[in-house]
Design a protein around this ligand. Structure first.
Ligand code: ZN
Length: 958
């Protein structure tokens, strides 16, 4: 399997790089710089002697060149260095290979790491990864002797720029590299100290190293030793240790164990519920009879026992090789020193039977904090890997709370690493988990096939309390996303490229061990995985990670939250959520702002043209969206033209396909939203000014009150229509909502009303009105006139005439006919309460019956047309004038009648006998008292001594 071997080597190498970077980052203080320098200024200082500590000038140099770096807390030397946005500047350009670039970097920067002479850094290895990044490792050597643990990594991008570098080097080394003792003598020293067995170990030939324990751990003394590295292997057990022997004194400075061996104890339960029957192995003799199997024992001959024995080793090796942990607990095993399970042991109960009291049955399998248990037929790689991962998570994770979402994450990790073990051993994953030959427990490829959820809003997502909150169902959302990352595929409208199973495993492992907390939920896991990926891989890889997790919807609140899912998962290519303009009416030269909301921040290099339909015309370009910076909410504005009218509808946006609209993960906007989503709210373009009219007091010519009623009309849309009023055409009231009628003060001073008059004269007034529509179009000015006077003459209906008596002329009648037109006097307001002619009842109609011989033809008629009243300034002069028509005859007073007299009683004590001539009379009277109410009585006497009278009131008023 050469292919697998290659992959493993790469993985191991990458892990080493990570550890180095972490060590560098962990020991130093991060300094983030924002100052930017256009180019590096390499002055002579850079090649100067290395100072014991990094000085201020050096730090300034890094800052000036916009570099991010961390410094060793003790020595101040740089431990890691990376570019911020631009490549790390080098003093020499035009370098043709990654190695040349890397070497130049060392010439320019090694001194910042404590090594002034870059020749001390010898190329160790160079590897280019699948992303095009070259990882070039150097070993520090002094006089050809390597410094133990002193390595430098330089990462060069495909464009031959240095992306970052990290290293922990030994500064100011001054040491004699000639050993005083030989390598053989050092080996002998190891042999002498050997206590693992009675036999002397096999020792390697010595290899010289400069050894400084302070480089391993800052707690130790910073002292350089020339040492011999000797590897010793026990002849019988194969146990080995590596020694560092002082090449001057022969003293053992350090020994490092090479043992990472698993110690397995498989208890064969023989499909028995009684756990103690599986514990007899502790007495070795009994255990063999039970077909148990402990480390180094021959095969038990029981498939379950022997298989799990082997798989434990495979699981142990996978986690050690991949993540550098020595057993799930990091201490050789999965035990916790309780319940008879030592830390160094990996204890398994095989072919175990679940006690009846548990309420559920085999097949199943368990991790129990210090041991693993497998029912019959559950020993297969996905299941064994699953349970072993529970152990890894228990000892290396937060650990996660085993309930609800955090519990589902725990279960998902177990499934994912069950698949990882299967892949590590067989070269591929089945993405299925269940007992051998039995019904599947979970189908990670297609969770729905087992009614399990494949996304956070799946109807299969379980929101109840059973199974610790559905940890074995809901886990599928996560493990399915991991499957998509490992294999690639399309899901939930999102397309995910495979990032490879190994990368996926590293990302999940790092998220668990670095970023998750005990109560982390799916949303936390999203961030944790994104962060973990960002630590390990390029953004192109992490974009796929985000996409798979977004397809699984774990960046959203989820089904159990009661919050609705987003219309589309976040990974869906960007689309326009909505286009809106402020609804309303707009007129020429006003700007309408169109607001586009995208489903996520987008960016394009070019402008995006917006086409809209105005007034039913063909869609035309109206404005351009600026998408040069990432934004999800972008606006553009345009001005309404004179000719525009009607409704606005945004038709589409157009962009240059060579410069697509992209989101952060380079997903391309390809589709517009359906047209009916345009626009939100009506935009009416209205450039026509409203028309209208105004009438005062229904068209009256005069008014006694300065408060009048205005009747308004307009042809415009009344919604949003405003009006304002002025008394002089210059100063107007504030705009108010349109009303058909409104009360108005002719002397409103705020609207040009002027000074209220103090005399009774008539004052012509003009009222001006304007209208304004929603778009702000203002009408022409409309006006109406009226005359205001403080004086009003009120003519009331006459009192009832006296009933004629027998002495009166039979049927004598009096008709006062006062047409309103006759009362129109310039400057005076006259109110007639009975506006029609005052027609008196013919009073004789009931009384003439006193004499049945009298017919109606004998009725006397007196009419007084053209009765006029006039008022003069300073007093009231009443003029009475009219024509008397008189004829008829009476029973007692035979023959044609003549009238004898007309008598006028003016109501203020004065009376008059109006002069008469033929059938007309005429009289006038001036009242001494200006204001009051006066009853004017006109009485006509005939030649027979009868009379009839008619009265009216005259009431001058203010
Ligand atoms: Zn589990």
């Amino acid at each position: 399997m050469p292919k697998r071997k290659k992959r493993d080597r790469r993985v191991r190498y990458a892990f080493l790089a990570i550890v180095l970077c972490l060590a560098a980052g962990g020991a130093g203080a991060a300094v983030y710089l924002t100052s930017k320098a256009s180019s590096a200024n390499f002055s002579a200082q850079i090649y100067g002697a290395v100072s014991p500590r990094l000085n201020v000038i050096d730090v300034d140099f890094l800052r000036d060149n916009n570099l991010k770096f961390t410094q060793d807390k003790k020595t101040n030397f740089v431990r890691s260095l990376s570019a911020l946005g631009q490549p790390i500047p080098l003093s020499k350009g035009n370098l043709v290979s990654d190695l040349a670039v890397s070497n130049q970097f060392l010439k320019d920067y090694a001194r910042f790491f404590g090594v002034g002479d870059s020749k001390q850094l010898i190329l160790h290895s160079s590897k280019k990864d699948e992303l095009g990044l070259s990882h070039i490792k150097y070993q520090q050597k002094i006089g050809g002797v390597p410094v133990f643990g002193a390595q430098m990594l330089v990462h060069v991008k495909e464009d031959l720029s240095v992306n970052s570098a990290a290293g922990k080097l030994l500064a100011n080394v001054s040491i004699n590299t000639n050993p005083k003792i030989t390598g053989r003598a050092a080996g002998d020293a190891v042999k002498r100290s050997w206590q693992k067995s009675d036999k002397a170990p096999k020792v390697s030939a010595g290899k010289l190293y400069i050894f400084n324990k302070n480089l391993l751990d800052a707690r130790f003394e910073n002292k350089n030793h020339l040492t011999w590295e000797i590897k010793a292997v026990d002849a019988d057990s194969g146990f080995s240790e590596t020694y560092y022997i002082d090449a001057t004194s022969g003293a053992i400075l350090q020994k490092i164990s090479n043992v990472k061996q698993i110690s397995r104890r498989i208890f064969n339960c023989g499909n028995n519920r009684n756990r103690t029957t599986c514990r007899n192995m502790l007495g070795a003799a009994a255990s063999r009879a039970q077909n148990d199997r402990a480390e180094g024992w021959a095969a038990a001959g029981v498939a379950e026992v022997d298989n799990v024995y082997q798989m434990m080793n495979q699981a142990h090796n996978y986690f050690q090789n991949t993540f550098g942990i020595d057993g799930a607990n990091g201490r050789d095993g999965i035990g916790d020193n309780t319940d008879g399970h030592p830390r160094t042991s990996t204890d398994v109960y095989a072919d175990w039977l679940i006690p009846a009291s548990w309420g559920f049955n085999c097949p199943n399998s368990f991790f129990f904090e210090n041991k693993l248990m497998f029912c019959n037929n559950t020993v297969n790689l996905p299941v064994v890997g699953h349970e072993y991962m529970h152990g890894v998570a228990h000892f290396n994770g937060p650990p996660l709370t085993y309930a609800y979402e955090s519990g589902a994450i725990e279960e998902a990790n177990a499934d994912i690493f069950g698949q990882a073990l299967e892949n590590a051993v067989t070269g591929s994953s089945s993405w299925r988990i269940g007992p051998t030959g039995g019904n599947l427990w979970r189908n990670i490829v297609n969770p729905a096939s087992l009614n399990d959820p494949d996304r956070f809003y799946s109807n299969n997502f379980y929101c109840g309390d059973n199974d610790e909150g559905g940890v074995h169902n809901n886990s599928n959302v996560i493990s399915h996303a991991a499957y998509l990352l490992a294999t690639g595929g399309s899901f939930n409208g999102c397309s995910i490229d495979s990032i490879g199973q190994n990368r996926m495993e590293r990302i999940f492992y790092r998220a668990l061990t670095v970023y998750l907390t005990a109560s982390s939920d799916f949303n936390d896991l999203y961030d944790a995985l994104d962060n973990a990926c960002g630590d390990l891989y390029s953004d192109a890889i992490c974009a796929q990670v985000r996409r798979a997790l977004q397809a699984a919807e774990i960046d959203q609140p989820g089904r159990c939250s009661g919050t609705a899912a987003a219309p589309k998962p976040t990974c869906f290519p960007p689309y326009i959520l909505s286009v809106s303009a402020n609804a309303g009416h707009y007129r020429a030269n006003q700007s309408i702002t169109l607001r586009f909301k995208f489903s996520k921040p987008v960016r394009t290099a070019g402008a995006v043209d917006v086409f809209a339909v105005l007034n039913g015309r063909t869609a035309e370009k109206i404005c351009s969206l600026d998408l040069s910076s990432r934004a999800d909410d972008v606006s553009c504005s345009f001005k309404v033209n004179d000719g525009d009218s009607g409704r606005l509808r945004v038709d589409r946006i157009e962009w240059d396909v060579k410069r697509p609209i992209l989101d952060a993960d380079s997903s391309e906007l390809t589709d517009m939203v359906p047209a009916e989503q345009f626009p939100k709210g009506d935009v009416i373009i209205d450039t026509a000014k409203p028309t209208g009219s105004v009438t005062i007091n229904s068209g009256a010519k005069t008014t006694a009150s300065h408060i009048v009623e205005l009747a308004l009309s307009s042809n415009d849309d009344k919604a949003g229509l405003l009006y304002r009023v002025s008394n002089n055409g210059v100063s107007y009231s504030r705009w108010d909502d349109f009303a058909a009628t409104t009360s108005w003060n002719l002397y409103n001073a705020d609207a040009g009303g002027g000074v209220f008059p103090t005399t009774n004269s008539g004052y012509p007034r003009t009222v001006y009105v304007q209208f304004k529509d929603q778009a702000g179009n203002v009408s022409d000015t409309y006006s109406a006139n009226i005359t205001f006077s403080r004086l009003t003459i009120l003519i009331e209906e006459p009192a009832q005439l006296a009933v004629p008596t027998s002495s009166q002329p039979n049927g004598a009648n009096l008709l006062l006919n006062i047409p309103p037109s006759a009362l129109t006097i310039p400057g005076v307001n006259v109110t007639v309460t009975q506006t029609s002619a005052v027609v008196l009842p013919q009073i004789s109609t009931t009384t003439v019956n006193l004499n049945p011989a009298i017919s109606s033809s004998l009725i006397d008629v007196v009419s007084v047309p053209d009765f006029t009243i006039s008022v003069k300034q300073g007093g009231l002069t009443t003029y009475l004038s009219g024509a008397i028509n008189y004829w008829g005859k009476g029973a007692k007073c035979e023959g044609p009648r003549t009238y004898d007299a007309v008598v006028a009683n003016w109501g203020d004590g004065a009376s008059a006998k109006p002069a008469r001539k033929d059938k007309t009379f005429y009289a006038s009277h001036t009242y001494a008292k200006t204001f009051g109410s006066y009853k004017i009585l006109v009485k006509v006497y005939n030649s027979c001594g009868g009379s009839a009278s008619k009265s009216l009131y005259v009431k001058p008023q203010i």
